[in-house]
Every structure is written in structure tokens, then in C-alpha cells.
Ligand binder design. Structure first.
Ligand SMILES: Nc1ncnc2c1ncn2[C@@H]1O[C@H](COP(=O)(O)OP(=O)(O)OP(=O)(O)O)[C@@H](O)[C@H]1O
Ligand SMILES: [Mg+2]
Length: 397
């Protein structure tokens, strides 16, 4: 995944750790010598904070190599990060598929376009798929890691690339444009003779004929863009299905709803022949064992004595006992949760089968908000940072 993929896409339900995982994968690949860009859509700018950047924009920003050395690791490649700006991405898309400047200006200046693009660019998944295609094509990076937004409907992203070209389906555009085929002169007003004439008359009465002109103009201009949209949608969809280049990583937690969504997403990938097969179960509870492998469920006698000594000045022995009992019951709850997590992971392993790979990342004591935290995640995912052995690198099919 790290060594020869071009595109890694982290998907999963809300709050499971997609952004964290995407950043950690990016860091690992950059350390391994690749030129990496991590694209995030997280409006909370968590990735920016994690990477020590003040702000991320639609432009990629490089994370200085010193950042790595500060933490005792080396970046042999390079790491860039960016936050997806959906409106700019959409405008860029129009510019790219427009056959000429005049068409581009006509679309970008059209009020209906601005309206539609406001709505469409709010669909982050669509814009994300466009952006990652551009970044892949631009040649500046060996690997694009995409963090995706939490999805209401997990399959949205997989279907996103064709959304606009489907909307601009010939029959729909044709319906609007039928009366215009003989040129632009009659546009707008001639819509009034279209099959939906009554509707348009009504619209015209309410909104005025300028509005109808705008609509007709929009569809006329879009018609010229249709071929561009289609071939792009095909290219994006092909890239997402390319087993040599792309890998989807399904991130989840051991909680049951998250696991269910992960399975659902996996099935969707299989159905679409998209390259998945990696699950990262994040925030796994672990029940403590000391380094010597002792069960930490109950405080050992020396610990008890130590604790006693700490509290001796302020606390009466019964208070110490109560405190120890509280600690132990808290620990029991953690153990129970950790056992649930274990069962959930075993279940996922059974579901995934031998073709897939399930990696685990424990829940760290603190939130992951800085570079150090991301390196810790890396260590759990890929083994020791400073050696070549890694958990996921074995996955070079
Ligand atoms: N292994 C971990 N241990 C401890 N905290 C973690 C771990 N992984 C993620 N977190 C924390 O959990 C929170 C959610 O993580 P993250 O933002 O990566 O999730 P997300 O899937 O991108 O969320 P969203 O769906 O909102 O975009 C963050 O505060 C992050 O620091
Ligand atoms: Mg996120």
C-alpha cells in the first residue's frame, strides 16, 4: 500500500479516525521515500493541527522535513497536505472541461451555474473524487492519500464521479434544448415553445423572462461541456477501480454500528469491483498487562502499598480501600469493553476472510492532535518506524 500504490482512500463512518489514519499513512509513505500529498475535507482542520500547519487551503503545503527530524525520524520523500475547497475545485473542473475560454466564462458567469455549483460543491465526495484525480494526474506526487468526509450514505463517494454527467444526460438536456438547436438567437424565449411550455409560461410570469434566459443559457453552455464531463467521469471511475494504483482502506472502530458500516462498505466495494480488502480497526480498547505479562486487573501488593504511601498523609485507610475499589471497578469495566472489542474484531476477521487484512490500532490515552501522536499511530500500524518491517507493507498483492 505504501510502496507502490498511487492512491489510498480512507473511508468509514463519522469520528472513527479517517483523518488521523490518512495523515498517519501519509507520514509513513513520506518517510519511506515517496512524494505524498494528503487531502483532507475535515472542516475542523484537525489534520492541519496534527501536522503543525496553521491553516490548510486548496493549495498543497509542504510539511517541513525538520518536523520529522524534530521527532527523531527521517523523511526520505516529501509530505504535502491540503484541505479541499469545494467551490474552487468545481470552478477548476468547469475550466478543465470547457472546450474554450468563452464557454468557460459563460458557464462561470451564469447565475444558474452559481446556484447549482453551490449545491453540488456542498457534496464533498464529488469534489473530492475530482480533486484526487487532478492530483494523481499532475505528476508531482507518487501517492495521494484521501481522507473522506463522514458519509451519510457510504456509496455516495463511489458513485460521485458520474453525478454531473448523469444529471446532464442527453435526454434531460435535450428536453430543455430542443427548440434551440437552430442557434442561440431564439434561446430563452423559445423555451416557451418547448413541450413544457405551460410550465415555462408560469415560471416566466413569476420569475420574469430573464430567469428563463439564464436557464436556457446554462443548458446551452453545459451542452458543450457534456463530453468533457463524461470522459472525466469515466477516467475517475476507471482510476478508482484500478487495482494496481488504488486502494480503499475501510476505517472503523470496534463498536457495533461502525463495524456494520464497515462491512456494508466492503460489500459495496466488492460489488463495484473496487480494490478494498483492508480494514483498520481504530480505537481498540486493550486491557492492561504489565510488561511482564501480569494481569493488571487487580493491584499487586507492592502497588497497593505504594498507593497507600501516596495517600497516607491525607487519607484514612478506609478511604484508601474505597479508592482502590473504585479503581478496580473502573478497570473491570475497561476489561469488559476490551473483551467486547476483541470479539468484534474476531467477528470482522471471520467476515473478511483470508483475502482481506484487518489491522488494529489501540485507543491511545490521549487524542491524536500532534505529530508525535500520529507517529504513535504509525508505529501501531506499520511496526517500528525506524525499521523496515511493517504490518501493512506485506500487502503487496
Ligand atoms: N487511536 C486513537 N487513539 C486515541 N484517539 C484517537 C485515535 N484515533 C483517533 N483519535 C481521536 O478521535 C477523534 C476522531 O478522529 P478523526 O478526526 O481522525 O476521525 P474522522 O473519522 O476523521 O472524523 P470525522 O468523521 O468527523 O471526519 C480525534 O479527536 C482523534 O484525535
Ligand atoms: Mg475527518
Amino acid at each position: 500500500m505504501i510502496e507502490d500504490r498511487k492512491l489510498v482512500i480512507c473511508v468509514g463512518s463519522g469520528g472513527v479516525g479517517k483523518t488521523t489514519t490518512a495523515a498517519a499513512i501519509g507520514i509513513q509513505a513520506a518517510m519511506a521515500g515517496r512524494r505524498v500529498v494528503v487531502v483532507t475535507i475535515d472542516p475542523a482542520k484537525r489534520l492541519a493541527n496534527s501536522l503543525g500547519l496553521d491553516a490548510l487551503g486548496n493549495e498543497e503545503k509542504e510539511i517541513p522535513k525538520e518536523k520529522f527530524t524534530e521527532f527523531g525520524v527521517e523523511c526520505k520523500g516529501s509530505l504535502h497536505a491540503m484541505m479541499l475547497d469545494t467551490q474552487t475545485t468545481f470552478d477548476e473542473l468547469i475550466a478543465r472541461v470547457s472546450p474554450d475560454e468563452a464557454t468557460k466564462d459563460r458557464v462561470l458567469g451564469n447565475n444558474i451555474y452559481r446556484h447549482i455549483s453551490d449545491t453540488l460543491s456542498a457534496s464533498h465526495d464529488y469534489m473530492a473524487s475530482e480533486k484526487l484525480y487532478d492530483l494523481h494526474e499532475c505528476g508531482r506526487y507518487d501517492l495521494v492519500v484521501l481522507d473522506t468526509p463522514p458519509m451519510k450514505n457510504a456509496i455516495d463517494f463511489l458513485e460521485a464521479s458520474g453525478r454531473l454527467s448523469r444529471f446532464l444526460d442527453d435526454r434531460i438536456v435535450g428536453w430543455f434544448l430542443k427548440p434551440h438547436d437552430d442557434g442561440e438567437k431564439k434561446r430563452g424565449r423559445s423555451l416557451l415553445q418547448a413541450p413544457g411550455a405551460i410550465v415555462y409560461k408560469l415560471l416566466g410570469n413569476v420569475f420574469g423572462t430573464d430567469f428563463l434566459d439564464e436557464i436556457a443559457d446554462f443548458f446551452l453552455a453545459m451542452k458543450d461541456l457534456l463530453a468533457g464531463f463524461r470522459s472525466r467521469a469515466d477516467a475517475v471511475s476507471q482510476l478508482l477501480r484500478d487495482r494496481q494504483k488504488t486502494r480503499f482502506v475501510v476505517v472503523c472502530t470496534p463498536r457495533s454500528t461502525s463495524m456494520e458500516e464497515a462491512r456494508y462498505f466492503h460489500r459495496q466495494l466488492v460489488e463495484r469491483r473496487m480494490p478494498g480488502g483492508i480494514f483498520i480497526v481504530n480505537q481498540v480498547g486493550r486491557y492492561g498487562q504489565t510488561q511482564r505479562g501480569e494481569d493488571m486487573r487487580y493491584l499487586s501488593e507492592p502497588d497497593r502499598l505504594w498507593l497507600h504511601a501516596q495517600l497516607d498523609d491525607q487519607a484514612e485507610p478506609p478511604q484508601v480501600v474505597a479508592f482502590v475499589e473504585k479503581l478496580e471497578s473502573h478497570f473491570d469495566r475497561s476489561v469488559a469493553m476490551a473483551c467486547d472489542d476483541r470479539r468484534a474484531i474476531e467477528g470482522l476477521n471471520g467476515f473478511a476472510g483470508r483475502q482481506c487484512f484487518v489491522a488494529e490500532v489501540p485507543r491511545l490515552p490521549d487524542d491524536v492532535y500532534d505529530f508525535d501522536g500520529l507517529l504513535k499511530i504509525d508505529e501501531k500500524l506499520f511496526g517500528k518506524n525506524k525499521s523496515n518491517t511493517s504490518n501493512l507493507a506485506v500487502l503487496r498483492p
